[in-house]
Design a protein around this ligand. Structure first.
Ligand SMILES: *Cc1c(COP(=O)(O)O)cnc(C)c1O
Length: 469
């Protein structure tokens, strides 16, 4: 039986309306967890069937009312984008056909669209698409894990059977205090242990200090450790700064260590010819993490992993089974033997469709617009007496105010006023392990200069309100 068209009409209506109407909604509605849970438990006992159109309408209502609207043009938050329609269509089609990308032979169309997309993006990073391997991942955390596993397969092949216990020297991983904390989990997941993580000091610009790195690597080598992998972050989560990639590459090369660039968010700069030079040095990486669900404006989850050692990746993820279909000659590797996932959704379809719709130049326009809005915000804040404390060309602005520094109010009191009013959403962060500052990131290609002005107005109000309360 064909379902009445109304349910789909209501969805396509919502897809058309929500991106416009979200502007008028509170960015971050306040939810009482006890009330929400109780309401849901009363309504859904799962003992009797419910009409799907009713359930659909209810989910739409719930999501509108109880979600931080990261697609709101005044969500100046973490790296969560407004999504392109192409991504919504792609995720819908992917659910409809449910292609299984574990084996190429099960999903030739989806696998080849992913391959095409990854090759184009690899070229923008300065890689030769013919000699590298690239896969879509669930996100940046999986891509970073893939880097460590590939580095182990490459540099410590004896760990394949014996685990890290079989290694003569314990492998060490170098990150900075501003690196992403997925590496803490990865140290545990890989059996390396969190003692293997070296937190290299940062300089006053909150970027990894390459001199301190070289010293740390040298000391470890003397003390019997094996410098395995060095992470350079291109676009740190807190301050959006880019580590000195060429200098880190030099240290890695001299130490015979794997150089991984975590460009989960900042990788987006590669789409713009103007901004691409900021990533100089990324082309020397052994592997790169780049999330499409951050700055490429597609829905979660869509990470990407690029690696210039295909054989190491194959060894890291190899598995032999009797039940999986045979590899097809002339095809690419079966994704289940070149990545951590087994059953795989067509993750890359949304990136393919967005890239096909926009073209690289169209994407560059979106990225450059967000950079311009970041520059505008920096200017407006400075004009209004705020102090910008990070230095990056990317649209993350960390800032404070003389009256916060003087202890008259805190970032938390500023945020409380802002969250209660609900017109904008920003966060705060501790930079360099020292000062707690406010953080605003342009994450929506729909953010306008009026939205930026509203943010500054809201901040001014919060100063007044926060100081008197
Ligand atoms: C977001 C982020 C990650 C983690 O990526 P997920 O997609 O959330 O798994 C890793 N590194 C950096 C620099 C990030 O910004």
């Amino acid at each position: 039986m064909v379902r009445p068209v109304t349910i789909w009409a209501s969805i396509s209506d919502e897809i058309a309306r929500f991106p416009v109407e979200v502007r008028e909604l509170p960015v971050a509605p306040v939810t009482d967890p006890v009330q929400l849970r109780a309401a849901l438990e009363t309504q859904y006992r799962f003992d009797s069937p419910r009409a799907l159109d009713e359930v659909t309408a209810e989910v739409m209502r719930l999501f509108r009312a109880h979600t931080v609207h990261v697609t709101h043009p005044r969500y100046f938050g973490l790296f969560n984008p407004s999504v392109r329609e192409a991504g919504i269509i792609a995720d819908t089609l992917s659910a409809l056909y449910n292609p299984q990308l574990a084996a190429w032979s099960h999903a030739p169309a989806a696998c080849e669209l992913e391959r095409l997309t990854l090759r184009r993006l690899a070229g923008l990073l300065g890689f030769d698409p013919d000699t590298i391997i690239a896969t879509f991942t669930t996100g940046g955390a999986e891509a970073n894990l893939s880097a460590v596993l590939a580095a182990l397969a490459h540099h410590c092949p004896e760990a394949d059977r014996g685990g890290v216990a079989a290694l003569a020297a314990r492998p060490a991983i170098y990150v900075s205090g501003e690196s992403h904390h997925s590496f803490v989990k990865i140290a545990r997941m890989t059996g390396l242990g969190t003692d293997a993580l070296r937190i290299v000091p940062t300089t006053s610009t909150h970027t990894l200090d390459p001199v301190a790195l070289a010293e740390c690597v040298r000391a470890d080598t003397v003390n019997g450790w094996r410098p395995l992998l060095i992470v350079g972050t291109a676009g740190t989560t807190s301050a959006g700064v880019i580590d000195p990639l060429p200098q880190i590459a030099d240290v890695a090369e001299a130490a015979g260590a794997w150089f991984h660039v975590d460009a989960a968010w900042g990788g987006g700069a590669a789409l713009s010819a103007h901004l691409r030079p900021l990533l100089a040095g990324v082309e020397r990486a052994d592997s790169v993490t780049w999330d499409a669900h951050k700055w490429l404006s597609v829905p979660m989850g869509a990470g990407m992993f690029f690696c210039r050692h295909p054989d190491a990746v194959r060894r890291a993820f190899a598995a032999v089974t009797s039940y999986m279909p045979d590899a097809v000659s002339g095809a690419t590797d079966d994704p289940y033997v070149t990545s951590a996932q087994w059953s795989r959704r067509a993750i890359g379809l949304k990136v393919f469709m967005a890239l096909a719709e926009l073209g690289v130049d169209g994407y560059a326009t979106l990225i450059e617009h967000q950079v311009a809005m970041g520059d505008l915000l920096r200017t407006r804040l400075t004009e209004a007496g705020w102090l910008v404390v990070n230095d990056t060309a990317l649209p993350v602005i960390c800032f404070t105010h003389p009256s916060i520094r003087a202890g008259m109010l805190t970032t938390r009191t500023v945020l409380e006023v802002i969250y209660t009013r609900g017109f904008v959403w920003i966060s705060d962060v501790v930079l360099g392990g020292q000062e707690r500052v406010l953080r605003a990131c342009i994450t929506s290609y729909r953010t306008t200069s009026d939205d930026v002005d509203t943010l500054v107005t809201e901040l001014e109000r919060s100063l007044a309100g926060g100081a008197t309360s």
